[in-house]
Design a protein around this ligand. Structure first.
Ligand code: PAF
Length: 302
């Protein structure tokens, strides 16, 4: 796996970027990040971290705003983590715009953007991985083997480097949020994990950096997953408790879109993520749908 740089760098020759850097401190060195964090803690400061892969949107900004209120020092990490992409996935084409991200972070009062190089996070010969082995099975874990191992590894590394008291994640990646919560419990990490609600476009599409890949036609079709999840909620409210029956109707709805292909549609216990055949209010309905080659995920609690 190629773990080195994949365009995580800012263009420092751009004068606008240079000015922005005066408003938000950009740290690329792991050592410097650790020193800043330890110095802050020695002064009794509370450190809040928002880990991201950049190409920030309103969903990220909602996390950054909450983190701003929760901590004295607000760190946003921007690192497109190669270890969480499969060999056939979109690592190289994953959208990036560090200069715009820096501007957005500055606008939200971020103290530090931590933007390490791939080769520093995963130096030559890197061979240690962190794996949660229960909640990360199934759903996106089944569809993307190795994905959560990459996520937990990088998140633990970020926690070790930044030393946050509190860290914020979006519930759009519900399974990721639960896996990270579990890692923190299992490994006794002294970090409070906060999961915030999915931020949506006015028509209900869950915000995602990958939405930027969608053509106009695909953008319209992409709404089918949200509609299918809402239909599941309505069916349960109307008394249908068979997961199979609800899934069939969801499949019909998504099947009407010519470019949509279901990756998975599942019902799970919202805490244990165990499959549900008989639905109950509060269960997790989660789905992943390809619109042509673009894979989108969404979920809701029924
Ligand atoms: O959700 C994301 O953007 C990433 O999975 C995360 C948590 C920043 C780890 O790379």
């Amino acid at each position: 796996m190629e773990l080195l740089d994949h365009g995580n760098k800012s263009d420092l020759r751009n004068p606008d970027t240079a000015i922005l850097i005066q408003f938000v401190k950009t740290v690329t060195s792991i050592t410097e990040m650790g020193e800043i964090s330890r110095a802050g803690k020695a002064e009794g400061k509370r450190i809040a971290l928002v880990p991201t892969m950049g190409f920030l949107h309103e969903g990220h900004l909602s996390l950054i705003r909450a983190a701003r209120k929760a901590g004295d020092v607000l760190v946003v990490s921007i690192f497109v983590n190669p270890a969480q992409f499969g060999p056939a996935e979109d690592l190289d084409s994953y959208p990036r715009n560090l200069d715009r991200d820096l501007k957005l972070c500055a606008g939200e009062g971020t103290d530090i953007v931590f933007n390490p190089a791939g080769g520093d996070i995963y130096p030559e010969g890197y061979s240690t991985w962190v794996e949660e082995t229960d909640l990360s099975r199934g759903l996106c874990g089944a569809a993307r083997p190795g994905h959560f191992r990459g996520v937990t590894t990088v998140v633990l590394k970020l926690f070790n480097i930044v030393g946050p008291n509190i860290a914020f994640f979006g519930r759009k990646d519900y399974q990721q949020f639960k896996v990270i919560e579990k890692m923190v419990r299992d490994l006794d990490l002294p970090v409070e994990i906060v999961g915030l609600p999915t931020v949506r476009e006015p028509d209900g599409l869950a915000m995602s950096s990958r939405n930027s890949y969608l053509s106009n036609r695909e953008r319209k079709e992409a709404l089918c997953l949200r509609r299918a999840l809402l239909q599941a909620r309505e069916m349960l409210a109307a008394g249908e408790t068979s997961a199979a029956a609800v899934r069939r109707e969801m499949e019909k709805l998504i099947g009407r879109e010519p470019d949509a292909r279901i990756d998975y549609l599942e019902f799970r216990d919202p805490e244990t993520l165990k499959p549900r055949e008989t639905l109950r209010p509060g269960d997790l309905a989660a789905g992943a749908v390809f619109i042509n080659r673009i894979r989108l995920i969404d979920n809701l609690l029924l």
